[in-house]
Design a protein around this ligand. Structure first.
Ligand code: DX5
Ligand code: ZN
Length: 224
């Protein structure tokens, strides 16, 4: 069974002290740092890019889980690899050559991830499943933190879990994840949980730890 991973999204952190926030969630027990890169084109918001990620690399040793919401992605993959991302995830909708993007990520020596918007069917990744280390299921329309979890993605998580089968692929969910929505995702087969607003509230390491542990417990207690 795949390990449970909790991945705080720093999109919800205090951008004026990003290094400190990364250290705080690391100390609070985060497994991965989730990095939401937005271009104002593929999604209607702009966040941060490879230079910010590179600056954060020295602040923690846990893996950087990079979620690229950019189109095109291919010209920038090398920059994100150099910035210290461990997993680089591209959207299936972000370009016509998903297979090539995933090949390029692995050629850079990084773990390759693919993600699907809520409206995108599972069939979009059927033929690239052997090229990925992670599948990210979007449970909100990407672009903003703090949105409501879309329940209709739960059966999609189950379908992707079936597609993954015994392969060593993490199944991650992103958007509106809280201790209340994590159980249905875990039951459907998700093992990795991104959360922004549910983790970065309270402003202290102790608060972050409690927030992380609440999601971890909700997920662990509801494994299939
Ligand atoms: C949305 C991002 C998410 C977001 C999650 O485009 O991909 O990672 O930060 O934020 P919450 O947990 O607040 O929905
Ligand atoms: Zn994300």
């Amino acid at each position: 069974m795949r390990d449970i991973k909790i991945a705080p999204s720093i999109l919800a952190s205090d951008f004026s002290k990003l290094g400190e926030e990364v250290r705080a969630v690391t100390e609070a027990g985060a497994d991965w740092i989730h990095l939401d890169v937005m271009d104002g084109h593929f999604v209607p918001n702009i966040s941060y890019g490879p230079d910010v990620i590179a600056a954060l690399r020295a602040h923690t040793e846990i893996p950087f889980d990079c979620h690229l919401m950019i189109a095109p992605a291919d010209p920038y993959l090398e920059a994100f690899a150099r910035a210290g991302c461990d997993t680089i995830t591209v959207h299936a909708e972000a370009g016509p050559h998903l297979h090539r993007s995933l090949q390029a990520i692995r050629a850079l020596g990084k773990k390759a991830g693919v993600t699907l918007n809520p409206a995108t069917p599972v069939s979009a990744i059927e033929h690239v499943i052997d090229m990925v280390d992670l599948v990210l299921v979007m449970s909100v329309n990407p672009g903003f933190g703090g949105q409501k979890f879309i329940d209709a993605v739960v059966p999609k998580i189950a379908a992707i879990d079936a597609l993954i089968g015994d392969r060593p692929i993490d199944l991650e969910v992103d958007g509106g994840v809280t201790a209340a929505t994590a159980p249905a995702c875990a039951k459907a087969g998700a093992n990795a949980f991104v959360a922004g607003s549910a983790i970065f509230k309270g402003g202290t390491v102790d608060a972050y730890r409690a927030n992380i542990e609440a999601i971890r417990a909700a997920a662990t207690d509801n494994r299939p």
